[in-house]
Design a protein around this ligand. Structure first.
Ligand code: AMP
Length: 396
C-alpha cells in the first residue's frame, strides 16, 4: 500500500485531503473534534519528515459559494492547538493568495485552505479545478476516508496530477487495512452482525457478505422482513413488503452457500413507538396485532452472544433494536459486550457504519473492540464490494 510511511517528504509541499467536516454550534465552536484528532498523526508525520502541509477539506453543504457559517476559518485555533504549531489560512482554496501562501511555506509549516465546497466544481469532480489545487503542491495525500466513495475533485480527480507522488494517510490506510482484515484475510469462523432499520439499505451488503462469512446474524428493524418472509406474524413491526421476496432469496442463497443465518427467536414488543410504551417479550413470529418489535429478546441475546464469542472475525453494522430508547437498548448492549469478550479472547472485531458506532461509543467500549470505522457511507460501500474512487485513484 502506498502510504506516507514510504515516501520522502524532505523539502516537499504536500497537499492533504482531510475530513474536517466537524459539527459547529451557533458560536462556531467545534462540538465534536473526532475527525480533526484522527488526522493529526498524518499531519505530524509529514511535518516530522520535512514536508510542508497544505490542508484541504469540505465543511457542511454550502449551496451558493462562500458562507461564513461553513468557513474552515473557525477551525484554525483548535487545529493549531492540536498540532502545537501556528496554522496559516488562505481564504480561497485556489487563486493568487493560496498560491502565494503555499509557495512561501517552509518545511514543517501548515496552511489550511478555505472550504473546497465553496466551488461547485469540487463535488462535480471538475478536472480544471483539481489541476489548480494540484499546482499548490509536489505530492498528494488522501486521508479522508469519509469521502472516499465520492469522485470529487479533491478526493479522486486530483490524484492524476501526481502519478508518482500520491498516497494514503494513516486514517485511510487504517480503514482499508481493517476492512481487508475482515473481508480478505478474515479467519474462520467469520460472522457478520447486521441490524438497523431497513433491509433496503443493507441488501447489497448481505449479498456481498454471503460469499464470505460463515454466520450472518440479523437483528434490528430489518429482522422483521426476514421473519415475515418465513411466514411469521410480525404485528405492526417495521417491514418492507417489497423486499420480502429478496429476503427469501437471501435465505435460500445462504443455505446453498452453507452460511448459517441467525434470526431472533424472541423479541421485546411495545404497544407504541415510545420508551414509556407497555412492553412484553414474545416469540418473534407470534407478535400480536397492534404491537411492534423494538428489540431482540433475552433468549436471542444469549444465542447471538454465544455465536459472537465463538467467532474469530467479526463485522458489526447496525443496532439490534431502538437503542436510542433505554427500554429497547438491551439487545444492542448485549451484542456490544459479546464483541468485547470475543476481542479479549483474540478475535478481530470491526464495528462500522453510523449507528453501531454511536452505540459502541455510548457504552464507552470503542477501545475494547479491534477497530471502529469512522467511514459511514464509504465503509458501507466498501463492504458492498464497490470500488471506492478515492482508493482507486491512489492505487491506479
Ligand atoms: P440504520 O441507519 O439502518 O443502521 O438504522 C439505525 C436505526 O434503526 C436506529 O435509529 C434504530 O433505532 C433503528 N431500529 C433498530 N431496531 C429497530 C426496530 N426493531 N424497529 C424500528 N427501528 C429500529
Amino acid at each position: 500500500m502506498k502510504t506516507i510511511d514510504n515516501y520522502n517528504f524532505d523539502g516537499k509541499k504536500v497537499i492533504v485531503r482531510v475530513d474536517f467536516n466537524v459539527p459547529l454550534n451557533d458560536h462556531f465552536e467545534i462540538t465534536d473534534d473526532t475527525r480533526i484528532r484522527a488526522a493529526i498523526p498524518t499531519i505530524q508525520k509529514i511535518r516530522e519528515k520535512g514536508g510542508a502541509v497544505i490542508l484541504m477539506s469540505h465543511l457542511g453543504r454550502p449551496k451558493n459559494g462562500p458562507e461564513d457559517k461553513f468557513s474552515l476559518r473557525h477551525l484554525i485555533n483548535h487545529l493549531s492547538e492540536k498540532l502545537d504549531t501556528p496554522v496559516q489560512f488562505a481564504d480561497d482554496c485556489i487563486g493568487t493568495q493560496a498560491k502565494e501562501k503555499a509557495a512561501a511555506l517552509k518545511p514543517g509549516e501548515v496552511l489550511l485552505l478555505e472550504n473546497l465546497r465553496f466551488y461547485k466544481e469540487e463535488t462535480k469532480g471538475d478536472e480544471a479545478f483539481a489541476k489548480k489545487l494540484s499546482e499548490l503542491a509536489d505530492a498528494y495525500v488522501n486521508d479522508a476516508f469519509g469521502t472516499a466513495h465520492r469522485a470529487h475533485a479533491s478526493t479522486a480527480i486530483i490524484a492524476k496530477f501526481f502519478p508518482n507522488d500520491k498516497m494514503f494517510g494513516y486514517v485511510m490506510a487504517n480503514e482499508i487495512k481493517s476492512i481487508n482484515k475482515v473481508l480478505k484475510e478474515g479467519k474462520s469462523p467469520l460472522t457478520a452482525i447486521l441490524g438497523g432499520a431497513k433491509v433496503s439499505g443493507k441488501i447489497e451488503i448481505i449479498n456481498h457478505l454471503l460469499d464470505k462469512v460463515d454466520n450472518l446474524i440479523i437483528g434490528g428493524g430489518m429482522m422483521f422482513t426476514f421473519i415475515k418472509a418465513l411466514g411469521g406474524k410480525i404485528g405492526s413491526s417495521l417491514v418492507e413488503e417489497d423486499l420480502i421476496e429478496t429476503a427469501r432469496e437471501a435465505i435460500v442463497k445462504a443455505d446453498e452457500l452453507g452460511v448459517t443465518i441467525y434470526l431472533p427467536s424472541d423479541t421485546v414488543i411495545a404497544d407504541k413507538f415510545d420508551n414509556d410504551a407497555n412492553t412484553q417479550t414474545v416469540k418473534v413470529s407470534e407478535i400480536p396485532d397492534g404491537w411492534m418489535g423494538l428489540d431482540i429478546g433475552p433468549e436471542t441475546e444469549k444465542t447471538f452472544s454465544e455465536v459472537i464469542e465463538n467467532s474469530a472475525t467479526m463485522l458489526w453494522n447496525g443496532p439490534m433494536g431502538v437503542f436510542e430508547m433505554e427500554n429497547f437498548a438491551k439487545g444492542t448492549k448485549a451484542v456490544a459486550m459479546a464483541l468485547v469478550k470475543a476481542t479479549e479472547k483474540g478475535a478481530y472485531t470491526l464495528v462500522g457504519g453510523g449507528d453501531s458506532v454511536a452505540a459502541i461509543n455510548k457504552y464507552n467500549l470503542q477501545d475494547k473492540v479491534s477497530y471502529v470505522s469512522t467511514g459511514g457511507g464509504a465503509m458501507l460501500e466498501y463492504i458492498e464490494g464497490k470500488e471506492l474512487p478515492g482508493i482507486a485513484a491512489i492505487e491506479s
